[in-house]
Write a protein that binds this ligand. Structure first.
Ligand SMILES: Cc1cc2nc3c(=O)[nH]c(=O)nc-3n(C[C@H](O)[C@H](O)[C@H](O)COP(=O)(O)OP(=O)(O)OC[C@H]3O[C@@H](n4cnc5c(N)ncnc54)[C@H](O)[C@@H]3O)c2cc1C
Length: 317
């Protein structure tokens, strides 16, 4: 068995990549198959994922659009259908700022593809990113929609928005390596996108996992203490049982003996406003100390990266 400390990486580079590269890079975390990424592996991976309905992978790439319409009624129609999982602002009477993931834009079209404004948005996106829409568009494609002018904002343009809009429309992903109890708490934050290493697919007895189970050092017990020794014995016994079960059953069956201390990887992708909400809850005195162990240093990093949104926030002592 291996024991490691919890950690995280802010995926600042991710949003500089193409949408397809972002989606594949995050999606392969589930299967720990990052080694299979090549210069042209993304399209096949994405087609497979979408076909199988593993839709949360398509939440890992967000883009921001500026939409100008010639008639206010187009905007009214969009608001009337209460679009889900999109950040929508109306900086001017006939202008919208809309941020959403590939999944949110796909589902907007699937649910409300009859609206002119939705056709305009989808046509624009499908022209630039056909891969994400080829399975849901009509064969003849979409005709250009007069009176709906769509533009994509660059990341630099999003970063230059006024703070209130910036906090809503700027998304950032963080990859955590923590225990399963911490990720179980993180995934309660419903507006985020998540992807997690799958214990159903990962067989920790394989050489790519070092033929062993990895556990996260519990911050509650000092190495060398009697409590740490009890914890260590429990993990050693668990690992033995897990590997024995793998001799005759699948990882998804054998995982039923794995404990909260098991190491896992989780990507959390959210806008800055949602991160603010999470930091408020997850750095507070009442939060799980194992959660605070990663969220307090992460907040310090966010303060440096995005001072306009996080500078005022200080974790409770
Ligand atoms: C100290 C602490 C102790 C906790 N103890 C427990 C516990 O014992 N048991 C337990 O089950 N959970 C517990 N939780 C989890 C907690 O109840 C929340 O589920 C978790 O913190 C997610 O935060 P959130 O509910 O604010 O929502 P998020 O999912 O982060 O949502 C953000 C915002 O989205 C909106 N929202 C999202 N979904 C809905 C919805 N369905 N209806 C209305 N508004 C919605 C709300 O406006 C919310 O502010 C604990 C959390 C903390 C911080």
């Amino acid at each position: 068995m291996k024991v490691i400390s919890p950690s995280y990486v802010i995926l600042t580079d991710l949003d500089q990549q193409s949408l397809a590269v972002r989606i594949e890079a995050c999606g392969r975390l589930c299967y720990k198959s990052e080694d299979k990424i090549t210069a042209d592996s993304a399209p096949a991976f994405i087609r497979r994922i979408l076909k199988h309905g593993h839709n949360s992978v398509a939440e890992m790439a967000v883009l921001t659009l500026k939409i100008d319409v010639d008639r206010e009624s187009h905007i009214a129609q969009l608001f009337a259908v209460l679009p889900k999982y999109l950040q929508i602002d109306r900086p001017e009477k006939k202008t919208l700022l809309v941020s959403g993931s590939v999944r949110a834009f796909r589902e907007l079209f699937q649910g409300h593809g009859n609206l002119k404004i939705v056709k305009g948005i989808t046509g624009f996106l499908a022209d630039r990113h056909p891969l994400f829409f080829e399975d849901i568009l009509p064969k003849r494609g979409l005709l250009p929609q007069e009176g709906v002018l769509v533009e994509k904002l660059s990341l630099a343009e999003v970063d230059n928005l006024p703070t209130d809009l910036f906090a809503k429309h700027r998304y950032i992903a963080v990859r955590f390596i923590v225990n399963r109890a911490v990720t179980h708490e993180m995934v309660r934050h419903r507006p985020c996108g998540f992807l997690q290493e799958s214990q159903r697919y990962c067989r920790y007895s394989d050489s790519k996992f070092g033929n062993q189970v990895t556990f996260i050092r519990p911050l509650f017990y000092e190495p060398g203490s009697p409590e740490y020794a009890i914890w260590e014995t429990a993990m050693q016994e668990t690992e033995k049982l897990y590997i024995r079960l793998l001799e005759t059953s699948t990882p998804q069956a054998a995982r039923t003996v794995l404990p909260n201390s098991c190491k896992t990887e989780l990507i959390v992708y959210a806008n800055l406003l949602q991160w603010l909400h999470m930091f408020r809850l997850r750095t507070s005195r009442g939060a799980d100390p194992s959660m605070r162990e990663v969220m307090i240093p992460l907040l310090a990093d966010f303060k440096v990266l995005f001072p306009a949104v996080f500078a005022h926030l200080t974790p409770e002592e």
